[in-house]
Design a protein around this ligand. Structure first.
Ligand code: F6P
Length: 553
């Protein structure tokens, strides 16, 4: 059990940051830039093809040194090593978190329970390679001998968001013939809309579920199966059209998936960290195995950086510490992810699961309640669209939400001056957030328009923009498989590093279980023709009865 003095908020490094924050309250970033012409260079880092400009943050070199001291006091370097060595860093589930093994390009063994897992990881990649080749080269065809045209991935959470993000991010690398669809929601409209547009003869279903117990995925798979059987298929043909990825082979076989069509998953990979495993099959089918391996190699390059770079130059560590700075010392509850890249528009949704499911925790690894803030609310959307929607709150609202602006230097689609305009939009936002507009500037602008003094006085307060709002700018050359891999791995490690400092288990998700448990009883009551005794609160009981009144006479 940790001693009281071990608790994060009692550490001297924590108190040193709190004191420092008090001295930073009157500091404006505009002045920091004026005082130090080298600020851009000073707060700039690069790794694995990703560059990070973090100069537009409310930090000085002293701030960064104090944050690094906190990371060291929390033994971050040791915990990073512990993850790579396969120690049971997921304490509440007593297992390792070894997504890094899935993209390990090195030759060293990685052991789980004394056994090297690398041969199985490589063997699975080889199986994926063969499968992808057979589908793409039309060796594996549908039941009427036509090549596949559509892949439908059925899965939810980590078995959905990660692969969907990567598929969309790498659209320029898609195979011309193969279209890829994702079905996640138990709202029947989702699968209905997908099935409406595809042909059973040329559709391959990938059932993606680590546990093979997830209600949404199993129910949607039943619908897909019935649809297949009623549209020309039969039981014998299922094996040509249904493939599964799961750690629960028994359950998948019982469900009717042919054993040879099942790709493995392992309990040492968390769902939200699984896109690098066979859960990435829909992506691999559309972008090809060579590109999928490039994705893994980009992630591996970031892994190596995270493991070996000094904390001061370590991109995931810098991002993690900046998040802690704002969340714990400036009362920021949220963090925005703003990709200025149409293909990366799914990044906020993926990072919502990655970050919020990992660090949305209120007890320490030892089960003690925390007395400090943990994971932030992750939100965001595609730039420049957000500028015409929620950026107003970033500029003049009362909430603080630091933001990551993410943009490639080159576009896959040069159209007129679009990319330069996009880039200008991105930079103008971070600049406006940082410098704002003073009252004197606002007044001068209004006076230059020839407005009378009373109008200038009336309008000026509305035109003042406080500025001093922090942002990071992340850049890469182009959205290639390698850079997308490195970018996602960067955020995975940022999340883990924050979890280490907050001393929470970033790899469990017990919070999602209660809703699942309660849902079973509620479903029974909704479906029952007879009113079952209500053991719930009057709100839930009342809503159940409202539903039943519409569905049972
Ligand atoms: O409900 C949350 C969750 O357990 C996620 O962590 C996971 O990614 C998702 O459900 C799907 O789980 P599975 O892959 O086992 O179907």
């Amino acid at each position: 059990m940790p001693q009281a003095h071990d608790l994060l908020s009692r550490r001297p490094e924590w108190r040193a940051l709190a004191e420092h924050q008090a001295s930073m309250q009157q500091v404006h970033m505009r002045d920091l830039f004026h005082q130090d012409p080298d600020r851009f260079r000073r707060f700039f880092a690069e790794a694995a093809g990703i560059s990070l400009d973090y100069s537009k943050n409310l930090v000085t070199t002293d701030t960064m040194a104090r944050l690094m001291a906190l990371a060291r006091a929390c033994q971050l370097p040791d915990r990073i090593e512990a993850m790579f060595r396969g120690e049971h860093i997921n304490a509440s589930e007593d297992r390792p978190a070894l997504h890094v093994a899935l993209r390990n390009m090195g030759s060293e063994p990685i052991t789980v329970a004394g056994e090297d897992i690398m041969p199985e990881v490589r063997g699975t990649l080889a199986r994926m390679e063969e499968f992808v080749w057979r589908v793409r080269s039309t060796q594996w065809r549908g039941f009427t001998n036509k090549p596949f045209t559509d892949v439908v991935s059925i899965g939810i959470g980590g078995s959905f968001l990660g692969p969907k993000l990567v598929s969309a991010s790498l659209k320029p690398y898609w195979h011309g013939r193969l279209n890829c669809h994702y079905v996640a929601n138990i709202d029947g409209s989702h699968i209905t809309e997908v099935l409406r547009h595809i042909n059973p003869e040329t559709t391959l279903f990938l059932i993606q579920s680590k546990s093979f117990k997830t209600q949404e995925t199993l129910e949607n798979t039943k619908v897909a199966r019935e649809w297949f059987l009623h549209n020309g298929g039969n039981e014998e043909l299922i094996s040509k059209h249904f493939v599964a990825v799961t750690a629960n082979t028994r359950e998948a076989i019982d469900f009717g998936i042919t054993e040879e069509n099942i790709f493995p998953m392992w309990d040492w990979v968390g769902g939200r960290y699984s896109l690098w495993s066979a859960i990435g099959l829909p992506t691999a089918l559309t972008i090809g195995m060579e590109n999928f391996r490039a994705l893994l190699s980009g992630a591996h390059a970031m892994d190596q950086h995270f493991r070996t770079a000094p904390l001061e130059d370590n991109l995931p560590v810098i991002l993690a510490l900046l998040g802690i700075w704002y969340g714990n010392f400036w009362q920021a509850d949220a963090h925005a992810i703003l990709p200025y890249d149409h293909y990366l528009r799914g990044l906020p949704a993926h990072l919502q699961q990655l970050d919020m499911e990992s660090n949305g925790k209120c007890v320490t690894q030892a089960g003690e309640p925390v007395d400090y803030q943990t994971g932030p609310i992750i939100w965001g959307g595609a730039g420049a669209n957000g500028q015409h929607a929620y950026h107003q709150l970033l500029h003049q609202g009362t909430k603080l939400s630091p933001a990551d602006f993410i943009i490639p230097l080159h576009t896959h689609n040069p159209v007129a001056n679009h990319h330069a305009i996009l880039f200008a939009n991105c930079l103008s936002q971070t600049q406006a957030l940082m410098q704002g507009k003073t009252e004197a500037e606002a007044r001068a602008e209004l006076e230059a328009q020839g407005l009378p003094p009373e109008e200038v006085a009336r309008l000026a307060p509305h035109k003042v923009i406080p500025g001093n709002k922090p942002s990071n700018t992340l850049l890469f050359e182009r959205g290639t498989p390698r850079t997308v891999g490195a970018l996602i791995a960067l955020y995975e490690h940022k999340t883990f590093a924050q979890g280490v400092i907050w001393d929470v288990d970033s790899f469990d998700q017990w919070g999602v279980e209660l809703g699942k448990q309660l849902g079973k009883d509620i479903l029974d009551r909704l479906l029952s023709r007879d009113a079952l005794p209500g053991a719930n609160d009057s709100s839930t009981d009342g809503l159940i009865e409202l539903f039943r009144s519409r569905h049972h006479n």
